[in-house]
Design a protein around this ligand. Structure first.
Ligand code: HEC
Ligand code: HEC
Length: 339
């Protein structure tokens, strides 16, 4: 990365004059944060306590939990204990009163959910640094209403850095597997906001109108924290190929081609995180967060030159493209002969 930064320096200076919509210095062109990319539904009154009697399960799990157990951020449900190594305490139990367990939101196998993101396979130092950035407020969200709030509370709740590091090491060893499908459409099924993401809303469609809408195939399974529920991402027709061209050429020349820093298959290099196969709506929010300087941690700057050169449509296309890639390295073809 050190070799790349000087090449980017001139790009960072482009077009500072004329900024109207963004208050932060150094942001070159006006950019309007699209509200649709940050779905948030505020509770419209006190929520009733979850049911503590009925035993529920998800497909293929042999375990049963009540809704009270599923909503417990300090001893989290684990539907498939055989599918991941034993969790460290920070991932399973967290730290009371504010440090809810990482696995509560990001799931025990680190596959995450669109509103919080995958942690499986993230570099240890990246995770530790982001936790620090959430704690200090260097990392926020372009839309203050969502969805960094929970992460700020959690990051402040984890005051012992060793606990964060134990969690980071655990997640770094896990492998991300595909949980999402990309669908290019002119019209998207009708959706509504359910918590911090979209959910299907009855029959009928409406124009996609430049948006990227990620929806769980089953909201019920999402809410039960089933790590195997699939997510469908609807994007405008042509997004994936448009994203591929942008990613390959680089939005502002070769130095900004995604592979320059994220590696040839966009699976990350050193401390630079992987982006291939991750939740497209999460990736889109992060591009917007860099673009608006809501992410200001010590290593965010290389992404400013990249995102300053992107329109919202470009960001949608790139998020769809990177989301469509395999999330972990394909095994090298076996040379062993079959018996
Ligand atoms: C209450 C839910 C919740 C818990 C518990 C939680 N997180 Fe998060 N986390 C979030 C949300 C929401 C985001 C997305 C923030 C954003 O989009 O800016 C996030 C984002 C992150 C990111 C950024 C990922 C990226 O790709 O940049 C990291 C790293 C992270 N969390 C680590 C952790 C660790 C480690 C723990 C446990 C010590 C933890 N989180 C516990 C909700 C949670
Ligand atoms: C000059 C190096 C560089 C280039 C080129 C680059 N990135 Fe990045 N990217 C980074 C670094 C470094 C980070 C981590 C930022 C941080 O630590 O805050 C990052 C983070 C990201 C993230 C946030 C990931 C997360 O887990 O939150 C996304 C999304 C992203 N890049 C997408 C892209 C795309 C798409 C391209 C190509 C159009 C691209 N990047 C090109 C260096 C680069």
């Amino acid at each position: 990365m050190r070799g790349v930064r000087p090449a980017l320096a001139p790009l960072l200076a482009v077009g500072v004059a004329g900024t109207t919509l963004i208050a932060q210095p150094g942001a070159p062109l006006p950019f309007t944060v699209p509200a649709w990319a940050f779905p948030t539904q505020r509770a419209s009154g006190p929520t009733p306590p979850p049911d503590s009697v009925a035993l529920l399960r998800v497909p293929n799990s042999s375990r049963f939990y009540t809704r009270t157990q599923i909503a417990n951020g300090f001893d989290i449900p684990d539907w498939f204990p055989g599918q991941h190594p034993p969790m460290p305490a920070s991932v399973q139990y967290g730290v009371r009163p504010d440090g809810r367990a990482c696995g509560f939101c990001h799931l025990p196998d680190g596959q995450g959910r669109p509103e919080n993101g995958t942690l499986a396979g993230l570099p240890v130092d990246y995770t530790v640094r982001q936790m620090r950035a959430f704690r200090t407020g260097e990392r926020t969200s372009a839309n203050p209403a969502t969805p960094t709030g929970p992460m700020h509370t959690v990051a402040k709740g984890f005051t012992n850095e060793n606990e964060v590091r134990a969690a980071a090491r655990y997640f770094a060893r896990l492998r991300l597997t595909r949980r999402n499908v990309i669908r290019e459409v002119r019209d998207v099924p009708k959706t509504r906001i359910a918590g911090l993401l979209y959910a299907y809303d009855g029959e009928g469609t409406e124009p996609i109108a430049g948006r990227l809408i990620e929806v769980p195939e089953s909201l019920e399974r999402h809410e039960l924290r089933d790590p195997w529920v699939r997510y469908v991402t609807y994007v405008p027709t042509g997004s994936v190929s448009r994203g591929r061209v942008l990613a390959t050429r680089g939005p502002a020349g070769a130095a900004t081609a995604c592979a320059t820093c994220h590696g040839p298959q966009l699976l990350g290099v050193g401390e630079i995180p992987p982006i291939a196969g991750r939740s497209p709506s999460m990736m889109l929010r992060q591009l917007i967060n860099f673009r608006t300087r809501a992410r200001q941690d010590s290593t965010a700057a290389p992404m400013y030159a990249v995102t300053d050169a992107l329109s919202l449509d470009d960001m949608v296309a790139l998020s769809a493209y990177v989301g469509s890639l395999p999330p972990s390295a394909r095994r090298a073809p076996s040379t062993a002969t079959r018996k």
